[in-house]
Design a protein around this ligand. Structure first.
Ligand code: TRP
Length: 361
């Protein structure tokens, strides 16, 4: 067969340059930085998850080698009753796909489908100290919330999270601010491992596109949107149009500023923050001006926000519902993801066992 007959190049040169470009591409593929993140299948995904994490996953899947995981093992530390687990796993996966994650680009998988995770977790547990684990903020908080079930899994939660990340020798971890302490602990475990057994792992760092980490405020001015608490002040990706409208129209306001250019109270600032996420810039500017000139009508502003929010979320919700009803597709995506994740995990575990001297023959 004649390749590129129009170029007039002798065939050998064409083949040579073809294989060079193949090589170059293979090398850039191999050099892609590795990204890993996880999300627990507890509760429902909300706007905070979308703007704080998922949107970044979608942006990263083209340029990085990405591993995005459903942390079902982590959920056992707080949700030992597994009756609803299957439903939650399906929903989280469907919602992530509906937001634009592509199973042909990123590995989308379930933590328990990669048994190497548990092996690495066990080795890392020997390098994690009781004192530091007990001091972890999330541990203290969860121990307070479930005093009758302060289990060892809860204590070693950050160790399991470290295993998830370094199993792929990932460097970047797109997560929200609340995970920073876990990442700091991951770096400590990695340093200890590398120091004791040899430089196997890079130190993982939080990744946020150089912007401030986006915090999506709750509608009642009481902190962030949440998967399980505060349901009326949180907008979920699964909320129907009317629920979205009702939640936004109920958000706290007041009779408006009395003096031009006043500072905004937190609950008003939050409404503006939400507008910036889903409304046109011109619309935000208009309401900023109205606020500064004391002519703002909060009712109108909330209506605008509600309609733009509906416009933003409706296609995601519809797509997620469609995907969730296609069990065969979900299963196929999970299998494909697990295969990619396990290939990467197997390669790392070979290195780990070798480095630790667990190969006796
Ligand atoms: N701990 C994370 C959370 O609660 C979820 C998680 C599990 C994770 N494993 C991870 C996040 C690995 C990043 C990397 O949100």
């Amino acid at each position: 067969m004649l390749l590129f007959p129009a170029s007039g190049k002798p065939e050998g040169i064409v083949l040579l340059s073809l294989s060079f470009s193949y090589l170059r591409r293979a090398m850039t593929v191999a050099k892609k930085e590795i990204v890993m993140s996880g999300i627990r299948p507890t509760g429902y995904l909300h706007l905070g998850n979308y703007f704080g994490a998922i949107r970044n996953y979608v942006k990263m899947q083209d340029t990085y080698e990405c591993y995005f995981m459903i942390a079902d093992l982590h959920s056992l530390t707080t949700h030992p009753d597994t009756r609803e687990l299957r439903d939650h796993v399906h929903r989280v996966l469907a919602e992530n796909l509906a937001c634009g994650l592509d199973p042909d680009k990123a590995a989308l998988y379930c933590q328990s489908h990669v048994p190497e995770t548990s092996e690495l977790y066990l080795y890392l547990n020997m390098l994690a100290y009781k004192g530091e684990l007990e001091k972890t903020t999330t541990f203290k908080e969860k121990a307070r919330l479930q005093p009758d079930n302060v289990n060892a899994g809860l204590l070693t939660y950050p160790v399991l999270q470290t295993a998830d990340i370094i199993l792929h020798r990932a460097r970047y971890v797109p997560v929200g601010k609340d995970q920073e302490q876990h990442l700091e602990m991951a770096r400590n475990f990695v340093k200890r491992f590398n120091h004791r057994y040899g430089e196997i792992f890079p130190e993982p760092i939080a990744f946020n596109f150089g912007e401030e980490l986006v915090k999506v405020p709750a509608l009642d001015g009481s902190g962030k949107m949440s998967k399980s608490e505060n349901q009326n002040a949180t907008i979920y990706l699964s909320d129907d149009d009317d629920t979205i409208r009702k939640k936004i129209m109920k958000a706290q306001t007041d009779s408006g500023p009395k003096e031009p250019n006043s500072p905004k109270p937190a609950y008003i600032e939050n409404l503006f923050l939400l507008m910036k996420l889903v409304c046109d810039e011109a619309m935000v500017t208009k309401y900023e001006q109205d606020y500064n000139q004391c002519t703002i009508r909060y009712g109108d502003m909330k209506k605008q926000l509600a309609e733009d929010m509906v416009r933003f979320l409706q296609p995601i919700r519809r797509r997620a519902e469609e995907i969730r009803n296609d069990i065969r597709y979900l299963k196929q995506v999970m299998e494909q993801g697990a295969e990619k994740a396990r290939a990467s995990a197997r390669a790392t575990m070979e290195l780990v066992r070798q480095a630790m001297g667990l190969n006796y023959f």
